[in-house]
Design a protein around this ligand. Structure first.
Ligand code: NAD
Length: 264
């Protein structure tokens, strides 16, 4: 198992700090032998990401704001000149104005709708295009999504709409790149305590609810999300593409709260 990712080089986008889902994934990948590059959004995050990258021996730590296409392109230019090719990508990027992650979805503004879609949905398509150009021998890409894409979750609002678009992008990109041996999948994580997660109003309540009502009666850890990512990015999942894989203690299969909850 230790050498599962040995000889593979990949890019991890979306580490903000050591609570980030992307960091949980990066640690698993590094533990299994992958060589990693990281991006960070702006210098304030860069100061947090660089020591983490050091911990896993990553030499490429690049600034990237996905609102700017040139910034995305420059990451792949650098990787092309430093590495020549790429085996995998982790896209763990999402953003919406926290003032709109509460109240009614119907009140979403045009400005925040567009910004949320660009950062949380379109960026994966742009990243996938840049990455695929470096995947001459095939590869694997994942993005992080949430079940608010297919079912209504309180306060998730426009992020749910963006995640629906993101999941559809996974299927279209999988079909585009499949003939070149490049796989594209989505990892749908249950609630994990992170900076982005804290932006959703009343997230704490939803966290407790899923703990009480998912089949496993708990939420998932960073390590568990990391290990599912490892499966999707390694050759263990070589026949899998275009999939949305849930790592959520089974919460997405239930249609009602537990009887204990109903009687509360
Ligand atoms: P996080 O705050 O640690 O990570 C979000 C990342 O997005 C940060 O690194 C931030 O810098 C980056 N980002 C935002 N705007 C950007 C931009 N313009 N350019 C470049 N990077 C930008 O939180 P997280 O929860 O680890 O989020 C990672 C992904 O996981 C997101 O897509 C999120 O929607 C998804 N997700 C989170 C949960 C959860 O419960 N935390 C559940 C399912 C899916």
């Amino acid at each position: 198992m230790d050498g599962l990712m040995k000889g593979k080089r990949g890019l991890v986008m979306g580490v903000a700090n050591d609570h980030s889902i992307a960091w949980g994934i990066a640690k698993q990948l590094a533990d299994h032998g992958a060589e990693l590059a990281f991006t960070y959004q702006g210098e304030a995050f860069g100061r947090r990401v660089k020591p983490l990258a050091d911990q896993v021996g990553a030499k490429q730590v690049l600034s990237c704001d996905v609102e700017d296409s040139e910034s995305v392109a420059s990451v792949f230019d650098t990787l092309k000149s430093e590495w020549g090719s790429l085996d995998f990508v982790v896209h763990a990027i999402g953003f919406s104005d926290r003032n709109e992650l509460k109240g009614l979805y119907a009140d979403t503004t045009r400005e925040n709708f567009v910004r949320t879609m660009v950062i949380s949905c379109f960026s994966f398509t742009e990243v996938a295009r840049g990455a695929a150009a470096l995947m001459e021998n095939g590869g694997s890409m994942i993005t992080l999504t949430y079940a608010g894409s297919v079912r209504v979750m309180p306060n998730y609002n426009v992020m749910g709409v963006a995640k629906a678009g993101l999941e559809a992008s996974v299927r279209y990109l999988a079909n585009d790149f499949g003939p070149r041996g490049i796989r594209v999948n989505g990892l749908s994580a249950g609630p994990v305590r992170t900076l982005a997660g804290a932006g959703i109003s009343d997230a704490r309540l939803m966290y407790g609810y899923q703990q009480r009502n998912s089949p496993l009666r708990r939420t998932v850890s960073h390590e568990e999300v990391g290990r599912s990512a490892l499966y999707l990015l390694s050759d263990l999942s070589s026949g899998v593409t275009g999939e949305i894989h849930y790592v959520d203690s089974g919460y997405h299969i239930v249609s009602m709260p537990t009887l204990d909850e109903l009687k509360r």
